[in-house]
Design a protein around this ligand. Structure first.
Ligand code: ZN
Length: 311
């Protein structure tokens, strides 16, 4: 996967599926021991621990710190477990800390989005503009608003590597919610412009394999944002599709006949629905489901929906 990506000594990438964000591991760190960026989904924490205990990951060594690019359930869901198992210190972006400390379900996209996580203690804050020494390498913390206004990216100029979280994937970016003045959309575009101005050989995204063709990925993401701006219906349906697929990865199955009501029930789905003209719940369910079936991301057999991609 990362054979041709020159990584700093002691750094590795553990690629996960789509319910769990990728992990970036710094096995040795001059400051305080091993450091992990992003911890996966709460219900998959056993797998996360098993991956970390592989000999080529931590093996039996301790984990000193966990850093989050942002506090969505797929990036911080394993934090509490890692705090218990390793006594690891948990560092989050400064702007996320109030949400974690008050465990704000809506701000964290938990109940409102049909997602789960486990509360944890914040031990330290990551601030945009700061530089961290991870291993022997300096990493700049860059603000990455858009998908998540509180989010940060990690950039190592010496190695020209960007850890982008959900601000840029090889084929798109994390969901951007509609708001009154489309500020999220504008912020996502500005974050892409920031990335385009960096000297980058490799991007390690929050989901999917690391990739080297950065201009092409930026172009794809920019086009998607432009299409969302021009066509609210496209935007709404892509939100419904990504939120539903994520929830199905967690639940693993859902009766087809429950889908219309499910798409009306969650506040985050309703927020996406505001971009759509009024339509019957069954019509919306049809419009959301058909492209997911056609793309073979979801299967429908015996009246049951199941995901076809790895969680
Ligand atoms: Zn996210």
């Amino acid at each position: 996967m990362t054979d041709s990506m020159p990584l700093p000594p002691g750094m590795s990438v553990i690629e996960r599926g789509w319910l769990n964000a990728n992990h970036v591991l710094f096995r040795e760190n001059d400051n305080d021991g091993a450091v992990l960026i992003d911890s996966g989904y709460v219900t998959h924490a056993d797998t996360t621990l098993a991956l970390l205990r592989q000999p080529d990951a931590l093996g039996q060594r301790p984990l000193a710190r966990v850093l989050n690019t942002h506090c969505h359930s797929d990036h911080m869901g394993g934090n509490a477990r890692l705090q218990r198992e390793y006594g690891a210190q948990l560092w989050v972006p400064e702007a996320e800390a109030p949400h974690i400390q008050s465990w704000d379900q809506a701000a964290l996209w938990l109940d409102d989005a049909g997602q789960q996580a486990e509360p944890f203690r914040v031990d330290g804050l990551l601030r945009p503009g700061e530089t961290l020494l991870l291993g022997q390498t300096e990493w700049q913390l860059l603000a990455a608003p858009g998908h998540r206004n509180e989010a940060l990216m990690f950039y190592a100029p010496e190695y020209r590597i960007l850890i982008s979280g959900d601000a840029l994937w090889q084929n798109g970016l994390g969901a951007v919610l509609p708001d009154a003045n489309l500020t999220g959309l504008a912020a996502a575009q500005a974050t892409l412009a920031l990335i385009a101005g960096l000297d980058i050989d490799w991007v390690i995204p929050g989901h999917g394999a690391p990739f080297a063709d950065v201009p092409q990925a930026i172009d794809r993401a920019q086009r998607k944002l432009a299409q969302m701006r021009a066509d609210p219906q496209f935007w709404a349906l892509s939100l419904f599709k990504s939120l539903l697929l994520f929830n199905l990865l967690e639940r693993q199955q859902m009766p087809l006949d429950q889908l219309p009501a499910y798409l009306q029930a969650l506040p985050l789905f309703r927020q996406a629905g505001r971009l759509l003209p009024p339509m019957a719940p069954t019509n919306l369910a049809e419009q959301v489901l058909q492209p997911l079936l056609a793309a073979r991301l979801i299967a429908c057999r015996g009246g049951m929906l199941r995901p076809l991609i790895v969680a």
